[in-house]
Design a protein. Structure first.
Length: 592
């Protein structure tokens, strides 16, 4: 039976363009991991979508004198375009503004309510007299009462990462007009996290041996330091998912509660699009399935504490509400490999200050694989990292072009010139066999790192193996040997080509575009991976556009090369472009 792997990536707010920090924080690592799992032959489902109901969308709509729906759709389309260009192969990238997501979210609410994990309470919420309405938490900013950061949102501090009690915010101000809001009573539904605390603590303790320290610190560590308490899951809003009970007219589900449900709703939507409406249960209910949630560190509490609480609180009730069938309890996260932040030239990335590299802008001037490479070699897996344009230039020219790219191109070009096809090796000698054995060991060593979501280490090991091929060629010197013993030179070149063919697969999750190109240069038909396609779907909320991964043309497998002698080469051209040093100052001049 194939292993089942659910891969998810954080749902981006549809109010701003994706920058390199977002990409390396969640979307790229999720794609690398999903591509690797597909090569391993595991049943892999990779889902996410645009968060259409977050208050950042309504904040932007107000500033533009537009509508939340118009803002969401504009940025959603930009996300779809970016994913195609940079190669993020979601099985489904959807949206929270769909009929399917509305129903799933409302059923989750009802399941928790029926199981006794929701309660109503009257509490104080920020209200602006000038606008005569209650303010969502993102409309109120002030000073964090924990770390002193003066631009904290009333529900969470982006600097220290703590969830905040809105009432304790120091010096609150409205983002609409800068006025000081006042606290007024309003009634809402609350998720009883205190009642679910023991389940969450036991769940987190079972993950202590393999979760990242920063994730455990912001989940288990904070719960042990301070008990969980009820948290409001509804708000007085007119943009969002209506609360599905009669006594909550005019209220919507709070975005932090319903956005994480998107992982479940997108899985269900994907199943419907495949014509197999129950297929999602393989990843959500079967005990041998593993789910991975790729996020940035600012999202840890929602994915490592609150989402497990929601899943645990539903029990088996969700299936009965959703499709009337008795089902199993839904699986809790297997891993939440949250990344730290990437800075830019020594400063925190800020779109509003134009201190950012937006992915779509980058791809107008550069290719996607150098971006994926640099963001992986510099990925903030355990601590914050920094994008530096000079470092990007050096790594592109010295590592991608001069090392891996040059190795592949010079061997293939040499083979094509002297043999016109993959040469027949005859009997390999011990040096040849030793090289192939070394390279083929990478399917275990690199695979082990990818499986553990140590993507930087997986890339480093792949680069080390490529260096072994260069060392072999330095000693074998087929460029000279061909003048005196073409047969022996052919054996050495075949060995190098077969090693390169294996390395192509080891690099493929990180460098899919150049690996596909190399695949064709070596004369193969088909693709290592499949295609990403865009579809338009119509439902009661209108038309929404999604990206879907189509694996029908994919032939890649996580296994050593079986490169056949006599195979004709495809069109040969450099895998990577050498960049001029002038780009450093050109790109730095664009910042700020």
């Amino acid at each position: 039976m194939k292993e089942k792997i659910l891969v998810t990536a954080a749902w981006p707010y549809a109010n701003a363009y994706i920058h390199v920090g977002n990409l390396t924080g969640a979307y790229l690592p999720a794609d690398i991991f999903a591509r690797f799992q597909r090569l391993m032959g595991r049943e892999t489902l990779f889902v996410s979508g645009s968060d259409a109901h977050g208050t950042p969308i309504t904040v932007r709509a107000d500033a533009e004198k537009s509508t939340a729906e118009a803002v969401y759709k504009r940025f959603h389309e930009s996300f779809l375009d970016m994913q195609h260009k940079v190669g993020i192969t979601y099985d489904l990238f959807s949206s929270t503004h769909t009929e399917n997501h509305f129903k799933v979210s409302q059923d989750v609410f009802l399941a928790l309510k029926e199981n006794g994990y929701l309660y109503k309470a009257t509490d104080k919420q920020w209200y602006t007299p000038s606008q005569k309405k209650f303010l969502p938490d993102r409309y109120v900013e002030g000073t964090c009462y924990i770390c002193g950061y003066d631009n904290a949102r009333s529900d969470q501090c982006d600097k220290c990462g703590n969830l905040l009690d809105p009432e304790k915010l120091i010096s609150p101000r409205s983002k609409i007009d800068g006025s000081m809001p006042e606290l007024r009573e309003t009634e809402h539904y609350y998720l009883d996290l205190g009642k679910l605390q023991n389940r969450v603590v036991n769940f987190l303790k079972a993950r202590e041996d393999y979760w990242r320290p920063n994730v455990l610190r912001q989940s288990l560590g904070q719960i042990l330091a301070e008990d969980l308490h009820g948290r409001a899951i509804t708000r007085d809003l007119d943009w969002g998912i209506p609360v599905p009970v009669e006594d909550a007219a005019g209220k919507c589900l709070y975005v932090w509660f319903e956005a994480v449900i998107g992982y479940l709703s997108a899985s269900i939507e994907w199943s419907k699009l495949q014509g197999t409406p129950d297929a999602w249960k393989k990843w959500w209910e079967e005990s041998d399935s593993k789910s991975y949630y790729f996020i940035g560190k600012d999202n840890i509490p929602f994915h490592a504490v609150i989402w497990p609480a929601q899943l645990s609180g539903m029990g088996t009730k969700f299936d009965l509400l959703f499709d009337g069938k008795e089902g199993e309890a839904l699986n809790l996260p297997y891993d939440v490999p949250a990344n730290e932040f990437m800075n830019l030239e020594g400063q925190k990335i800020s779109g509003s200050r134009n201190w950012a590299i937006f992915v779509n802008d980058f791809l107008e001037d550069f290719d996607p694989d150098p971006l994926r490479y640099y963001l992986t070699v510099n990925m903030p897996e355990s601590q914050d990292t920094d994008w530096d344009w000079e470092d990007f230039l050096k790594r592109n020219n010295n590592e991608l072009v001069a090392n891996w790219g040059n190795l592949a191109n010079r061997v293939i070009s040499f083979a094509n010139k002297h043999w016109g096809e993959i040469p027949n090796p005859g009997d390999l000698d011990e040096d040849d066999k030793q090289l192939l054995e070394t390279i083929e060991s990478g399917f275990e060593s690199v695979g082990k790192e990818y499986d553990a979501v140590h993507l930087r280490a997986g890339l480093a090991e792949s680069l080390r193996l490529a260096t072994e091929v260069n060392r072999y060629l330095d000693i074998a010197a087929p460029w000279q040997l061909v003048k005196t013993d073409k047969e022996a030179a052919g054996r050495k070149i075949y060995t190098a080509l077969r090693a390169i063919d294996s390395l192509k697969i080891l690099f493929a999750p990180i460098l899919p575009f150049s690996s596909e190109k190399l695949h064709k240069m070596l004369g193969y038909e088909g693709q290592i991976f499949g295609d990403l396609v865009t579809k338009s779907i119509q439902d009661k909320l209108g038309e929404h556009t999604v990206n879907c991964y189509d694996p029908t043309k994919a032939i890649g497998k996580w296994e050593p090369s079986k490169l056949p002698a006599g195979q004709k080469f495809g069109e040969i051209s450099p895998l990577f472009k050498k960049l001029d040093p002038s780009i450093v100052e050109i790109e730095r001049a664009k910042l700020g």
